[in-house]
Design a protein around this ligand. Sequence first.
Ligand SMILES: CSC[C@@H](O)[C@@H](O)C(=O)COP(=O)(O)O
Ligand SMILES: [Zn+2]
Length: 227
Amino acid sequence: MYSIQSHDPRHPANLICSLSNQFFHKEWCLGTGGAMSIEDETSNCIYVTPSGVQKELMKPKDLYVLTKGKEKNQYDPVYTPPLKISDCSPLFLACHEHKQAKAVIHTHSQNAVLITLLYDKEFNISNMEQIKAMPSGAVDSTTGKQINLSFHDNLCIPIIDNKPHEHDLLESLEKVFNEYPNACAVLVRRHGLFVWGPTVDKAKIYNESIDYLLGLAIKMDQLNIPM
Ligand SMILES: CSC[C@@H](O)[C@@H](O)C(=O)COP(=O)(O)O
Ligand SMILES: [Zn+2]
C-alpha cells in the first residue's frame, strides 16, 4: 500500500521533494524545468513529479503515484493531485520498465545542454577519476554488485535530438536502450539530461558525476586541452 505523507526522509515522496530542491539550487531545475520519478520497492508504486510546477516548491501531496498494472507497460494512477503528471512520465516509465530503474532524474543542466552543441551522437570521456563513480554495465558474479568503470575505461553517453514534445523522445530513448545497453543516461540536444539508476542514491551519484565530467570537458574545450 502506498503512502504520500511520511516522516521518513527516505520515503520516495520526501526524497523527490528534497532532491528537486537541491537540484534547483544547483541550477539544474530552474523555471519549472526538470522532473523525477522513484519506484518504491515496498509498495511497488512509482512516484512522479507533476508538470509545469516550480520543482523546488513541490510538496509530497503534489506528486503522482502510479502502480504497475496487469499488462506490460500499463501503469494505473493510485494517487492523483489536482495537477497534470510530468510530460516526462512516458520516458520515466520506459526507464523503469526496460532498464529496471528505481529512479530517473531529468535536469536542464547548462553543462548538459552545452555538451550537446559540441558533440554529435555521443559524449565520450576516459582518464578522469570521477568516471570511477559510473557503472560499467557489468555485474560481479559472486557479489551480484554492479562493477564501476576504471580510470582508463571509456564512459559513453549517447546524444539524441530534442523533439517538440517529451513523449516524442520515446522512440529515440528506446533506440538508445537497444544500441547502448550499458548506458545509464542520455543527453538531449539543446534540452538536458536523463539519468537512471538501480537505486535513488546511485541515480543521484551518476547525475552529479556526469554533470561534473561534462563541465570539465567544456572547460577543457575552452582551454584547447585535448580530451
Ligand atoms: C521549462 S518547461 C520544460 C518541460 O518542457 C520539460 O522539458 C521538463 O523538463 C519538465 O516537464 P514537466 O512536465 O514540468 O515535468
Ligand atoms: Zn526537460
